[in-house]
Ligand binder design. Sequence first.
Ligand SMILES: O=c1ccn([C@H]2C[C@H](O)[C@@H](CO)O2)c(=O)[nH]1
Ligand SMILES: [Zn+2]
Length: 131
Amino acid sequence: MFEQLVIAAKEAYNKAYAPYSNFHVGAAALTTEGQIVNGCNVENASYGLTVCAERNCIAQGVIQGQRKFTELVVYTEEDVLTPPCGACRQVIVEFMAQNAKVYAVNHAGEVKLWSVAELLPDAFTPENLQK
Ligand SMILES: O=c1ccn([C@H]2C[C@H](O)[C@@H](CO)O2)c(=O)[nH]1
Ligand SMILES: [Zn+2]
């Protein structure tokens, strides 16, 4: 399953729209129903409107009716593995359990693995909104 996620993340990577940073990213996630969804980063001439691959991937899952993901792969062709940015970590926490897995993978086949809890300890979650 991990290898299929890497393939899906690479497919998304090849669609990245990143003319400003030239930093292409693809992501793929596995839903609890066994479906794979993917997404790439989409930049904008108004730079701050850029959306990362991870958030577009999760949004794609939500569009497909999927709100729970067990694994997410972030793929780049950089020598240094790419971790999710802070904004994406917050969005990941919304849709992935604390023990769910997030992998960074590169073209050399190097892999780094984190749990969601490691990426964003003591996260603000929907539970914090309960009065
Ligand atoms: O984990 C990451 C880190 C960065 N980016 C994108 C945002 C922007 O388009 C480019 C450079 O920051 O890479 C992602 O998609 N995911
Ligand atoms: Zn991000």
